[in-house]
Design a protein around this ligand. Structure first.
Ligand code: SF4
Length: 461
């Protein structure tokens, strides 16, 4: 199944792609399905049942909020994040909600939104079932699966997900196929990705859309650098980006560009984005929300400290090249392993984002396709086995800091690859397969259930 880079970079809302963006998309889809079945007008009550990881960490990940917003007809990329609290307040006060914004039904949160902590649907760890009733009569029922990165499949789609293919002119299923295609056509990875995107849009449109993705990423950095206080959820995590930004802004230009001081800026960019994500702000899912800071931090590092127009050319073209390259690498993980922490742990979030960022950085610094593949491989190889164990089920600790580590590791992976000639022992395909197998072997308590690791060993005060 080949996909577009825009399925890996989506404007969304925090804090989680699988537990916030996905459930919002699914609940909205349910209401649309209900309308298509001509049963919306008859519906006087809906029930949403959350299973597995969605139930276990749903409260901390804002899944309840996301489901309600989806039922209202809101979408992750367009919802005004500043209105969410008011909308929740209204639903609670009136004990009712407007399905698809125009069909009022009663809504009792305890009765109609149920968390099944001990039950997993057989198909996937992130399952939810939606039911519509007319009185006691069940009108319509459908299950949906949030399979990572905000992707949602209905139970029907899930049954034949291997057949859901997007026919692209230059389809590839493995890194080896990608490299061979590039060699055959004399293209860079970014050029091949662009050729595929042109199946849907003009080149100018693709460039404009990717530049917009970067603009939203950059805005999340800027906004994160201005917000103070503690993050929601009860863990009392203090926002650090604004204070760090104020400190770093005092540096002279010489101090700022002095060796390891650059890493402070890289950490700042990642902290800012992920604090915004934890505060349910506007971010770009890249390829997930928990890891949304890695790629923006890597691009901001390039923009602020590396890019030289005389050497690298137009900045916009370079950012587009970064995102196309990173997107092509992300597709390989999506297809052959997973970008869902509920399936493979944090390898699938920070690990994949790091690998994508490593490839993007190598590309914009003039790396060959072999060096880019090497960078992507290094970026994942040293994240293998990374577990998902967020404290309190919140996408805060270790998640926010972990993005700084992912970004710094990506810079190092790109540098290591660019110092070599592209030759390396472990192919990217082997690392992806190793990541998949490691994810299968990983116990469920380390896969976004908050039942192991830091989630049980750190004091939750
Ligand atoms: S630990 Fe990693 S995978 Fe788990 S929620 Fe945090 S960032 Fe996402």
């Amino acid at each position: 199944m080949s996909i577009s880079v825009f399925e890996l970079f989506k404007v969304g809302v925090g804090p989680s792609s699988s537990h916030t963006v996905g459930p919002m998309v699914a609940a909205r889809q349910f209401v649309q399905d209900l309308r298509e079945q001509h049963k919306l007008a008859q519906t006087d009550r809906v029930e949403v049942h959350l299973y597995g990881s969605l139930a276990l960490t749903g409260i901390g990940h804002g899944t309840d909020m996301a489901v309600l917003m989806g039922l209202l007809g809101e979408a992750p990329d367009t919802i005004d994040v500043d209105t969410i609290d008011d909308k929740l307040e209204q639903i609670a006060q009136n004990a009712s909600l407007n399905l698809a914004s125009d069909h009022a039904i009663e809504f009792n949160r305890e009765r109609d939104l149920q968390f099944h902590n001990d039950e997993f649907l057989p198909q996937h760890a992130n399952g939810m079932t939606c039911r519509a009733f007319d009185g006691e009569t069940l009108l319509f029922e459908r299950s949906y699966f949030s399979i990572g990165g905000g992707f949602v499949l209905s139970e029907e789609d899930f049954a034949h997900k291997e057949q859901i293919a997007t026919l692209l002119p230059y389809d590839f299923s493995s890194a080896e196929e990608l490299m061979n295609l590039c060699e055959r056509h004399g293209w860079t990875i970014a050029e091949l990705a662009m050729a595929n995107e042109k199946a849907f849009h003009t080149e100018a449109e693709v460039k404009a859309m990717l530049w917009h993705i970067w603009q939203v990423m950059d805005a999340s950095i800027q906004r994160g650098c201005r917000q103070h206080g503690t993050l929601p959820g009860g863990l009392k995590v203090r926002r650090r980006a604004a204070e760090l930004y104020r400190e770093l802004s005092k540096q002279s230009e010489e101090e700022r560009r002095n060796g390891l001081a650059i890493l402070d800026w890289v950490s700042l960019y990642a902290l800012a984005v992920n604090e915004e994500n934890a505060a349910r702000g506007r971010i770009v899912t890249a390829p997930t929300n928990g890891a949304a800071g890695v790629i923006p931090a890597a691009i901001a590092y390039y923009v602020d400290f590396v890019h030289d127009p005389d050497i690298h050319g137009d900045l916009k073209d370079q950012v587009v090249k970064f995102l196309l390259t990173a997107g092509a690498i992300g597709m390989l993980f999506k297809k052959n392993a997973s970008i869902s922490a509920a399936e493979v742990g944090c390898q699938g979030e920070i690990g994949v984002a790091c690998s994508m960022a490593s490839a993007g950085l190598a590309a914009v610094q003039g790396g060959s396709n072999q060096q880019i593949e090497n960078a992507a491989e290094i970026g994942m190889e040293h994240n293998l086995g990374l577990t998902c164990d967020p404290i309190g089920g919140l996408v805060q600790v270790p998640c926010i800091e972990r993005n700084t580590m992912g970004a710094v590791k990506a810079i190092n992976a790109a540098r290591l690859a660019l110092r070599g000639d592209g030759a390396h022992i472990v192919p990217l395909d082997s690392v992806i397969e190793t990541m998949r197998q490691t994810g299968i072997d990983m116990q469920s308590k380390y896969k976004e259930t908050s039942q192991g690791g830091l989630a049980v060993n750190a004091v939750n005060c």
